[in-house]
Write a protein that binds this ligand. Structure first.
Ligand code: CP
Ligand code: NVA
Length: 303
């Protein structure tokens, strides 16, 4: 039994298998074929933060596969300390076949997985967002072909999405460059983890967006104020001045570079409207791929 808490839980070959299955299921869906390969299986979703994409793409995916989903909001007491995670995990996993969880501290999902008798999938924590990163690389593979040797440039907060993207690039032989203001870059502990787990990753971290987008096939950003950081919004707006992805910055990237964003986005902050709504933007097909990727991931984990 396997969990998917981190991109690094899968090898490059396993990610390639999941991508192949995602493309097969996506092609079939476009032909009107919804193969019920997980009949009667039940997905539980435990979310203690808001979500559009992650929740709906998981629920739709399991329905297409012939299974069912149960969305668990606040009523179960998850996140409220109603009972210890060890009891919660053992009981929930005795009922359902797979659990998708969005929560705050990453240790919470690690503890859930430790006691769960069915696969647990990370639907975002404060540390990482691995389903997002895999769907993003699937989108780049569809657009540019084989990923190895391609460069992804991330301009913005070195938070959950950026960490998972760096790991995914490392796994798939891509180069990863990030530009963020001092204080919002990857910390020493994460840099050490990357050196240990992804020794061949070509990696740059700087505070110069125009430099890192050079040679990139993709310029990526995320919100400056993530869920749970709302009290820091004003200071973050100040710190990230000059880090917006706009047309001037996109001109420093190759002419065929694409723009990606995990969404939700704030036009006028981390990205200008002309970039996110312009011809280089892939944000809508990127969001759609969350569903195809997670469908394949669930089928793969439960095979
Ligand atoms: N990108 C993403 O995870 O979106 P949601 O927060 O809407 O799920
Ligand atoms: N960094 C963002 C990603 C949302 C999908 C957040 O954590 O709010």
């Amino acid at each position: 039994m396997r969990h998917f808490l981190s991109v690094l839980d899968l090898s490059a070959a396993e990610i390639a298998e999941v991508f192949d299955l995602a493309i097969e299921l996506k092609t079939k869906l476009a032909q009107g074929i919804r193969e019920p390969i997980l009949p009667g299986r039940v997905l539980a979703l435990i979310f203690d933060k808001p979500s559009l994409r992650t929740r709906v793409s998981f629920e739709t995916a399991i329905a297409h596969l012939g299974g069912n989903s149960i969305f668990l909001g606040q009523d179960t007491g998850w996140g409220k300390g109603r009972e210890p995670i060890c009891d919660f995990a053992q009981v929930l996993s005795s009922y359902v076949d797979v659990i998708a969880c969005r929560t705050t501290a990453h240790v919470r999902i690690e503890e859930l997985a430790k006691y769960s008798t069915c696969p647990v999938i990370n639907g975002l924590t404060d540390f990482s967002h691995p389903c997002q990163a895999l769907a993003d690389l699937l989108t780049l593979q569809e657009t540019f072909g084989p990923l190895a040797g391609k460069k992804l440039a991330f301009v913005g907060d070195a938070n959950n999405v950026a960490r998972s993207l760096a790991e995914a690039c490392g796994r798939m032989g891509m180069e990863f460059a990030i530009a963020a203001p001092p204080g919002y870059q990857f910390d020493g502990a994460f840099l050490l983890e990357m050196k240990r787990d992804l020794p061949t990753l070509k990696f740059t971290q700087s505070d110069k967006p125009a430099e890192i987008v050079s040679g990139a096939c993709c310029v990526y950003t995320d919100v400056w104020t993530s869920m749970g950081q709302e009290a820091e919004k004003e200071s973050r707006l100040k710190s990230f001045t000059g880090f917006q992805v706009n047309s001037a910055l996109m001109k420093q990237a190759p002419a065929d570079a694409k723009f990606l964003h995990c969404l939700p986005a704030h036009r006028g902050e981390e990205v200008s409207a002309e970039v996110i709504d312009g011809p280089q933007s892939l944000v809508i097909p990127q969001a759609e791929n969350r569903m195809h990727l997670q469908k394949a991931l669930m089928a793969w984990l439960l095979k």
